[in-house]
Each structure stands twice: as C-alpha cells, then as structure tokens.
Design a protein around this ligand. Structure first.
Ligand SMILES: [Cu+2]
Length: 476
C-alpha cells in the first residue's frame, strides 16, 4: 500500500511577483501556432515540473481552497494569479518559456478532433478501464495527489467530449453581461465548466491542475476575461459581486492563498504579470486607479519607498485572510509569513524533489514503469533544460530544500503597495499541504458548477449553434 503519510503532500516553491513595472512583455500564444522547437521546449519544461512534483502541488493547492475560488467572483482574478504562479515556475526551469493557451473554440463542435487532444500535443481520452492517459506529452504520467494514480481523462460521452462553446456564444455573453459578476458566472458555469466536464477524469475534479492542460484551458478563460476588459476601460479598474464569504468583492479584496490585492490582477501587462495575448490589444500601461493606489501608499514625499533593508516588523497581512467559515472547510496554512530573503548569489541550489516512494514491484502498474523508463530516457537527452545561472534576477534563487530560516544576506528591493508587502524577487517559499480533506459531494455539485446557470447557458449555446447551422444551410 502507498504510504498515506506522503499522499497529498506537495512541497513546491511560490515565487513572489515582482511589483516594479514590466521591463519586458511576453505574448501568450495559441499552442497550435508554436514552432516545433518552441513546442518541444515547452513540453520539456512541463515534464521537468511534473518530475519535481510541482503538478501535485498545484493540484493540491487548488483543491484545498476550491470553494473560495469558484462559484464566486474571485474566479477570474484568482485564476489569473494562479496561471502566473505556474508560468513563473516554468520560467524557473527555462526563463524563455511562456504559457500558451488552448483555443478550444476552434474545434468547439468536435473537440475529440482537436489536435491539442492528439498525441502531438496533450493526448486524448484515457484508456478503457483505468482511464489512464497514454498518449501525448503527458503519456503515462502519474500523480500523487489526492492519491497515487495515473493521470486520468474520461470523456463525458464515451468516445466524445460533447461540444464546447463557439466563439460566437462567448461574444454574445461578452456583449450581454451587465457586470463583472454576471460575466463571470456565465463564463464560469458555461464555457469554462463544459470543458472540465467534457474531458472528465482528473480534469473534472478540483485537483485538475495536476494536468498541465488545465493551465492552457484556463489561459483561454483568462484571455476571454482580458478580451472583455478591452471593451470598456472601466473594466481595468473595477470589479463587483461577492466573494465566498458573501463579502463584497472589490479591487481591495484579497486573493486566497496569495494574500495580494485583486487590483494587482486587473492589467495583464501590469507589474508581476507582464504578458499580453497574441490576438488582443495590450491593456493600457496603467490606470488612474493604479496610480492612485500607489500614491496612497507612498510616503509623504510622494515617492514610492524602495528599501534594501528588511522590514522591522513582520507584516501580519501576509497571513491568508481569515475566512468566515459557514461550513467546515479544509484547513489551509500555507505559511505566508515574510520569509528571509534568498541569497543574491547564484549558488542557491535547486534540488530535485525527493522521488516518490516506489511501490513494491508487483504493485506497479505498467504506466508507472513506462513513466520511469521515459524519465530515464529524458535524462539522456542533451538538451534537458537546465537551471541557468545568471539568468533574470528572479529566476534562479530557489532552494527547494531550504527551510524558512535558510536565507541570509542582502534582501532584494521591497516596497509597500496595498495591504501587503511584496518583494521583487523569488524566495524559497514552501507550501506544505496536509492530506486532502474530501469535499462533500453536495458542494462539488453546487459549488463548483451552478447547475441552473449551466442549464441556462446551455440554452444560450444551443441557440447560437442553431443560428450557425441555419447559416450553413443557407450557404452564408
Ligand atoms: Cu479552478
């Protein structure tokens, strides 16, 4: 039997976001438009992330706070931050890799024919019986959260996922939604949910981030939010609605786990984010609100404080926000205290995660054996991504084995913005998740997807599909 004490534990780093203005911008692209070289490079990086156990970390984290980040208006903002966390860790391994997105609207009608779900990209349905994914970049991947298993997918209708949303339905929602909250609930329960449910298996659970494809799906959702934002400058400055605890959701609300303000997520080209999408105009360089907030938090002389000294007082605001707890919920104590900063010298070593314990030979499934063989082969490849020394200042200063007391030396620049202190740089933040607490089935049904809203959205999409079919019959 697997050792229960290791299940559900994931230790993975959480780089802080830089808060200085972007010095360069990257473009997130449709994965099917990447050059073969870039595509191979991307898959090499995610294989390494998987090998280090980081995918388990993302799955665990997302699962533990699932009810705080879905079914309420944190959804878009929190997932934008989560994608940057993922992208930031990709860039720890290879600073030049950017998160692509999966445009599932291209093959919305027959997603099982989408090349992204083929062996050339992410592979397709799991095999009959155990639902293990056996083709594509994640072929025979294992996962250790919430239990030791292969990575699974189980299409909703047997061989078919069912259809997704065409872009026209998404644009209908963009033009008809009257508020951030209304737009959020329609996209979350409609275009977003149907992809999770269509792929099934791990993808329809709250630990779905163990599958890298989750991040490409959510990059598409993030792009949809970004496109909606381009339609009215106010949308870069305002949000509305409610959070999980039924408190008003505002730009001052705090992102669960990360402890940062929602306002920090509103510009994709803002500090710490620094990206745009290939077919969208860039957001404004800044907004009145951002300037105002910086001014409010600046010292009396009107300049923003930049200090190379560690702050004297720990900032209690770095603790995760206390949540109203109307229901029992899993405890999450991600240790967000200010950490000693990593040493600026490049000698901090990135140490590979301890390998998961092996099951006794006779209990190993073939996917586990094949996966090990594949990893061995990977290690022979000369182009295996290496941690680059001397790459961007925030890229390499990670010591995954470091305990919080390990850092010494001159800290990176720090400044105070909003309610929390953020440091410009990466610190060896350790998130150690305890074993998962199962969600009750009711909550999964009602909290993850609002089934009434999903049904209304299905009507909307059916209407659009009827329109498209009618136009096709008329040869338009
Ligand atoms: Cu999510």
């Amino acid at each position: 039997m697997p050792d229960d004490s290791v299940l559900g534990k994931a230790i993975f780093p959480m780089p802080r976001l830089a808060i200085s203005p972007c010095t360069s911008m990257v473009v997130r692209r449709d994965i099917t438009t990447l050059s073969p070289t870039d595509l191979q490079r991307f898959f090499r990086v995610v294989r390494e992330m998987h090998r280090r156990g980081w995918m388990d970390g993302f799955g665990s984290m997302h699962d533990h706070i699932a009810h705080q980040i879905h079914g309420n208006d944190q959804f878009f903002a929190w997932h934008r931050r989560f994608l940057r966390h993922f992208e930031g860790l990709m860039q720890v391994i290879d600073p030049d890799v950017v998160l692509p997105y999966w445009n599932w609207a291209t093959y919305w009608q027959n997603p099982y024919a989408d090349p992204v779900l083929s062996a050339a990209f992410f592979g397709g349905n799991g095999r009959a019986g155990d639902n293990c994914v056996l083709d594509g970049a994640e072929a025979r991947w294992g996962r250790n959260y919430p239990s030791r298993s292969c990575l699974t997918r189980k299409y909703r209708h047997g061989a078919s996922t069912g259809s997704f949303w065409p872009m026209r339905a998404i644009r209908d929602v963009m033009s008809s939604a009257k508020s951030y909250a209304q737009f959020r609930t329609r996209i979350e329960n409609g275009a977003h949910g149907i992809v999770h449910l269509g792929l099934g298996g791990d993808f329809e659970t709250m630990w779905a981030p163990v599958d890298v494809l989750f991040f490409l799906h959510h990059a598409m959702i993030d792009k949809i939010w970004a496109e909606w934002q381009t339609q009215d400058p106010q949308r870069y400055e305002q949000v509305d609605g409610y959070d999980y605890a039924r408190q008003a959701f505002t730009v001052d609300s705090i992102l669960p786990f990360y402890g940062e303000d929602v306002s920090s997520t509103l510009l994709t080209n803002g500090p710490g984010y620094c990206y745009t999408y290939d077919d969208l105009p860039a957001p404004p360089a800044s907004t009145k609100r951002r300037k105002a907030r910086l001014a409010v938090n600046a010292p009396a002389n009107g300049t923003v404080a930049i200090s190379s000294q560690p702050e004297q007082q720990p900032q209690p605001q770095l603790q995760p926000q206390p949540q109203l707890q109307p229901q029992p919920q899993p405890q999450l104590q991600p240790q967000l205290q200010p950490q000693p900063q990593p040493q600026p010298q490049p000698q901090a070593q990135v140490q590979a995660q301890p390998q998961p314990q092996q099951l006794p030979e006779e209990q190993q499934n073939d996917w586990q054996q094949e996966q090990e063989q594949e990893e061995e082969q990977d290690q022979d490849l000369p182009e295996e991504p290496e941690l680059r020394q001397g790459a961007p200042p925030d890229a390499n200063q990670l010591n995954l084995a470091a305990r919080p007391s390990a850092g010494r030396g001159v800290p990176p620049m720090q400044l105070v913005v909003g309610r929390h202190r953020v440091a410009d740089g990466v610190e060896p933040q350790i998130a150690d998740f305890s074993a998962p607490q199962p969600m009750d089935a009711d909550w999964l049904q009602q909290g993850h997807y609002d089934l009434d809203e999903a049904a209304r959205m299905q009507q909307l999409v059916d209407g659009v599909v009827a329109e498209i079919n009618a136009e096709r019959r008329q040869g338009l």
